[in-house]
Design a protein around this ligand. Sequence first.
Ligand code: FAD
Length: 517
Amino acid sequence: MPETKGLGLYNVVVIGAGTAGLVTAAGTAGLGGRVALVERNKMGGDCLNYGCVPSKALIASARVIHRIRHASRWGLNEQEPQFEFERVFESMRSRRAEIAPHDSVERFEALGVDVFAGEARFVSPHEIVVDSQKLRAKNFVIAAGTRAGIPPIEGIRGVPFLTNETIFDELRKKPDSMIVLGGGPIGCELSQAMSRLGVKITIIEVLEQILPKEDKDVADWTETLLEAEGIRVLRSSQAIRVSVCDGKVQFELVRRPHGAYESEPRQIVADSLLVSAGRVPNVEKLNLEAAGVNFSPRGVEVNAYLQTSQPHIYAAGDIVGPFQFTHTADAQARVVVRNILMPFQLLRQKMDYSAVPWCTYTDPEIARVGLNETEAKLQNISYDLISLQINELDRSVVEREELGFVKVLTAKGTDKILGVTIVAAHAGDLVHEFVLAMKHRIGISQLATTIHAYPTFAELGRKVSDYYNKRRLTPFVKRVFNWLYQHSRVASPPGSACVQEGQNIGSEESQRGQEEV
Ligand SMILES: Cc1cc2nc3c(=O)[nH]c(=O)nc-3n(C[C@H](O)[C@H](O)[C@H](O)COP(=O)(O)OP(=O)(O)OC[C@H]3O[C@@H](n4cnc5c(N)ncnc54)[C@H](O)[C@@H]3O)c2cc1C
């Protein structure tokens, strides 16, 4: 006999129906737990509605526009692409709508989850209230996510601005120009997409480099690429005031391009403003004090098992960090589902962040796993560096996707992979061979022992491995090999070197692009 929705004790009450909340709810229900899921806004959270899905759909359209504009690279006549800004946005929304049913109330109710629409707040460590409905549970999962942070710039609340929560649904007409405040991954991705859609973009970034988590050479390379596409990038620029002037947004900023502040503030004017200057955790409305859950401006505090200061209350996703990605929210939720089920701490699983990939979906993409050079230096970790240009892959040349490079860090003197940065078309896919290798402690020298199809971008793994192995050939080892070859020629009986009919002689044509190793 099913219990009445909302009454009695739940195994788990989940707050927030973004990736972390959905995965927790579906996982718990799938294992037979009684679970309630509370969402105050849209099912699917940021990723579906205001994040990954709409941004990648828009980026895909913008990429096609860019390819058409540069069609001569593929032997076609160059032409100005024909498109309507509003229809590109409609198409983005329709692709998002195709994915939405996966996260819908109907789907989750069908999985056995009780879904509640409304804002949840704790009234005690064992109860929350949604509107006037009280929900009681043995365990709670806080998966309330983040929202766009609005930097404290004088006047900013008085000017119209877009964030990731409004740009995909409320921007109905193409602005001629746009200021993008923040040159992180979201700012760079959307700047490039909007620029390709014909909007004149200026990125304002307070730090000395865009994409601050990446190595400086990666960030500089990306900046050069964006500038070549007509985007103005103002780094080391502190916005001090913003106002509306003749219907336009006007920024006053001071710059310190070479370490020292310029004496005169600059004025930057545009039709519209997109704020993409970091994320703020949604902790305020949860009344965490009533639950005795510790939190800070950075989010809810958790231990390695994702338990808060109240061990029966877990937290997952962006509200926890340390990474703010859909796949880390998903991975954390899986650990939470398992840990809630386990009766003893001893059986619970710690979160493993040893090989977390991520990707910035600029074109070309920038994918990372593990350490980059900056981090290795900061942590005093000695490393060897293998770097390779993407145009060394035959596939990149035939596809005219030659832009980019890869940097692989290995522990000094060994083949242990410390980290990989790939700047390339499909980098977000290519990085996973290295993620798997890192996770399962497969050294870089081993990747070449796996046969990779030719010609693919995936040959990158083999190429890097070949480079590593080739570099290991010390003069001494080469002399030994040389001696072995000479010895085998001397030892062979005369005539035995003849090639028999049908014998495979391993010709050059057997696989183009093979390395001498
Ligand atoms: C523009 C953009 C692009 C992105 N692109 C990518 C990408 O390509 N790849 C990637 O991996 N990540 C990407 N991300 C990040 C990704 O969207 C997040 O990491 C992911 O959505 C986090 O999921 P979450 O469940 O922690 O939080 P969210 O998705 O934010 O969900 C939290 C939910 O909780 C609800 N909530 C909050 N408080 C309450 C309350 N008191 N009661 C009830 N409900 C509440 C909110 O309404 C929200 O629906 C992007 C983000 C943005 C903004």
